[in-house]
Write a protein that binds this ligand. Structure first.
Ligand code: HEM
Length: 135
């Protein structure tokens, strides 16, 4: 099975588990005192839907650069400290985002293994590198 299929199926298993995105934001916002203030005015119902769509895109990225570039470029535009009116997110905070995602998968995928967690991390890191390359 390809890494794409392996990670995609794991994400589908996570999707059937209640509270995946609640766990993600609980973990992410507790990673550093710097993070929670960014989300003081956030509509998390909307944010969780956007996060689901973006993770789906990030999983497709290694297979379909052309079809996913625009979404990643948009995230870079709204997050980069180099853009006017952006959220001004330092690159190093993305590492905490990835840690939170991997820990959330670990809690919600009943078939998680150390190898699968590594696959997730390496896989999603590719999309994050692209987002940061557009910073
Ligand atoms: C690669 C990792 C990340 C991805 C894929 C991602 C994705 C997204 C998406 C899709 C949105 C909604 C659309 C938008 O406003 O652009 C968003 C909003 C946001 N993100 Fe991220 N993000 C990431 C990392 C981070 C990090 C590290 C922070 C640091 C605190 C952060 C803070 C925010 C904030 C403050 C918003 C706006 C929330 C609101 O509308 O109130 N993001 N992100």
């Amino acid at each position: 099975m390809s890494d794409f299929e392996t990670v995609k199926e794991s994400f589908e298993r996570c999707g059937t588990s209640d509270g995946f995105y609640d766990t993600f934001y609980e973990l992410f916002l507790s990673k550093s005192d710097e993070i929670a203030p960014f989300f003081s005015g956030t509509d998390f119902k909307k944010q969780k839907k956007l996060l689901k769509a973006t993770i789906t895109t990030m999983i497709r990225f290694p297979l379909d650069h052309r079809g996913t570039q625009t979404t990643l470029a948009m995230v870079a535009k709204t997050h980069s400290p180099n853009n006017y009116n952006s959220y001004n997110i330092k690159p190093e905070l993305h590492a905490l985002w990835l840690d939170s995602l991997c820990e959330t998968v670990k809690k919600h995928d009943p078939d998680i293994t150390v190898e699968l967690e590594d696959k997730w991390r390496n896989y999603i890191q590719e999309a994050i590198n692209t987002i940061l390359s557009k910073y």
